[in-house]
Structure formats: structure tokens, C-alpha cells
Design a protein around this ligand. Sequence first.
Ligand code: ADP
Ligand code: MG
Length: 249
Amino acid sequence: MSVPNTNAPAIEVRNLHKSFGSNEVLKGIDFHVDQGEVVCVIGPSGSGKSTLLRCVNRLEEPTSGTVLVEGVDITHPDTDLDKVRTRIGMVFQQFNLFPHLNVLRNLTLAQRRAKKRGQEEASKVALKNLAKVGLEDRATAFPAQLSGGQQQRVAIARALSMDPDMMLFDEPTSALDPELVGDVLAVMRQLAEEGMTMMVVTHEMGFAREVGDRVVFMDGGVVVEQGRPEDVLGNPQHERTRAFLSKVL
Ligand code: ADP
Ligand code: MG
């Protein structure tokens, strides 16, 4: 099946294994994100969180297992990966803006290439999304003229400008000075409230608790436990979860 199914989970991962050489970093992951759901993935450094996220749009090639995006098996040879990827917005720790392009051009470039929009339409979409992240007045600024928090909000606006069905965040605030984290989390919270489907790898436990519909705790390449934020964070069932939380809370 190659047509997106609006009744299927946004993301469904079954028995996913991923090895780098002899290093097995995902050891049979079952994971899903329902449409409209906000799932926060937490866990120690090196536990495989980024690898899992990157397997969802095949930035990493799974070693075995199944990854379905809106019901479409993205590992199937007939799947149009470019098409699937336009439905998945990605935001990374590093903002990856083009330094030589102003904010507006950063937002219109991918739209023109992947969505085949003309400059006028792409600019309109870009300005709408800049307004959404509170940066409509910085359209002509260059990335170096912005704070890290502003650059990350531009990166979010850029992803939104592709009209994605879901957004994947990989530690979006980890590279920011503490005083800049709040503005980025506020934008993410607003997106969640608008019903965006979100997978968020984060160390921000307050965000996970308040915004997450579900929290997934990973350690050593497996999902150790998952559930409602108040349960996983407030009353963890596994010793490994307790040990992790005692370090970060
Ligand atoms: P996390 O995001 O939870 O910190 P990662 O998914 O980044 O964990 O990494 C899990 C493990 O996989 C680590 O041991 C890391 O060194 C290894 N790893 C990740 N990416 C690669 C890669 N491209 N090549 C080799 N090893 C990798
Ligand atoms: Mg990571």
C-alpha cells in the first residue's frame, strides 16, 4: 500500500532493529504515535532515541523491522520516499539554516523545490509560519543576526511551511542557552494545542509532563516503559526509569 491512510497511526514501528557494524543500538523497538498525539521520548544519552527518530523517515536505514508512516511501509522498495518525507517535518538540535540566505529565503527554498510553489506563494506561506513562531518582523534577517532560540523558531517555521502531517523534534532546545529555551517550548506547546502530531525527543521533563500525551522511556536500545506522563514520570515502574529520572528531575 502506498497511499496514506488517515485512519492509520501517524507512525508505527514494529520490531525495529538497527546496528552500526557490530553495535546493535535498536534491539526490537515497538513504537507508535497516533494522529494528533504528542509522544515525548526520553532516556539517557546513547540509548538510541535519535536513531529511532531518524529511522522514521529513513535518514537511517533500519537493519530489520517495519516502519509505517500513515500506514505506508517506508522500507518497501516501491514507496516514494521523497513524498513520504514531505509529510514529516524535522527539527534538530542544530538548526541547519543556510547562513548565506535570509530567513525568508530559508523558508521558501524547500517549498519551491519540493512543493513546486512559486516565490509569491512560498513567501506567503513562509510569512504565515513566521508569524506563528513570533518572527514575522525578522524575514529579511540573516541567521547569524538571530539568537539561537530565534534560529530554532525559524527552523520550526521552515518545517511547518511544507505543510507536514507530523513533526519530529530531536532535542530541539539542547543547544540553546537556558534563557532561550522557553520561547521554543512555547511554540511547540502551541503546535501541540493546535492538534499537530508530534514525536519529541527531549530532556525537558516539564514539557514532557505538561504537553506530552504519552512518555516513552528508552534505555540500551529498548523501550523500557511508556505511559501517561504522570505515571512514567511520577510513578515509574522500572528501576532503570527511576535511576534516569533521579538524575534529570
Ligand atoms: P541518543 O539519541 O539516545 O543519544 P543515538 O541514537 O544517537 O542515541 O545513538 C545510539 C548509539 O548509536 C550510540 O552508541 C551511538 O554512538 C551509535 N550511533 C549513532 N549513530 C551512528 C552512526 N551513524 N554510526 C555509528 N554509530 C552510531
Ligand atoms: Mg540523540
